[in-house]
Write a protein that binds this ligand. Structure first.
Ligand SMILES: [Fe+2]
Length: 239
């Protein structure tokens, strides 16, 4: 199975065929969003127990998007293994996939923290062995955010692998594009205390020169060796 180090000296762009999907996703845009200084907001805020005991009339109204920072999600390299024309689906777990399950969800906002409906989100990642599927579309898919700007993804935690940039910490490749906006290309990472495949995520994260802690998924164990996680994006809506 291919890794990103199939040709470690290859620095050439992907062939035109590989760019066609990107051309589609980038229609009407001028390119990738610039790298922001800080991360997107993470999880939704759960009202405290004290607030729950307060009379309804005394409760402060909840913010519409309390976790949104307004800072654009930092960009990252796309890598060589993006494939155009992935299936539209929210569940990437097929019978051959036996990794640690992950239910990922979140919201896409604009820099004013307004949830963005109809955003195109593309996900691709390696499997439990650190392999990418380059002949088919295993662990690849795209979807659109709901009217509330939300997305959900059933997948697995990917494994680390050796690539053209050295040993890569587990990560999920992502493209996000608001209607008419530029494409954000980035990668999502996992917390140091993640438990999967007997790997030391803290050491892997520390060694990965591409890793951006601002793009770390907020992870919660959901029991049975599975995880749920959240990551909210902030993207531009105009070039
Ligand atoms: Fe990768």
């Amino acid at each position: 199975m291919p890794h990103e180090y199939d040709d470690p000296h290859d620095r050439t762009p992907p062939p035109p065929e590989a760019n066609s999907r990107r051309s589609f996703i980038r229609a009407g845009s001028l390119g990738v969003t610039s790298v922001a200084l800080t991360a997107a907001g993470m999880t939704a805020v759960t009202p405290s127990a004290a607030a729950d005991r307060s009379p309804a009339s005394a409760r402060a109204p909840l913010a519409v998007t309390p976790a949104c920072s307004g800072h654009e999600t930092p960009a990252a390299t796309e890598g060589p293994l993006f494939k155009p024309r992935s299936p539209e689906r929210t569940n990437l777990v097929t019978p051959a996939i036996r990794g640690v399950r992950l239910h990922l969800r979140g919201t896409v906002h604009d820099p004013d923290c307004k949830p963005l409906a109809g955003c195109l989100i593309e996900f691709w990642q390696c499997d439990q062995n650190g392999d990418y599927d380059t002949t088919g579309f295993s662990l690849r898919g795209h979807q659109h955010t709901t009217s509330r700007g939300a997305y959900e993804l059933e997948t697995i935690i990917p494994r680390d692998y050796w690539g053209r940039w050295g040993q890569r910490a587990p990560h999920i490749h992502t493209q996000v594009q608001a209607p008419g906006g530029p494409v954000l290309v980035t990668q999502l990472y996992f917390p140091d205390d993640t438990e999967a495949y007997g790997r030391d995520f803290a050491a892997l994260n520390a060694r990965d020169g591409l890793l951006n802690r601002a793009c770390t998924i907020t992870l919660n164990s959901s029991g049975g060796g599975a995880y749920s996680g959240t990551f909210d994006f902030v993207v531009k809506t105009t070039a």
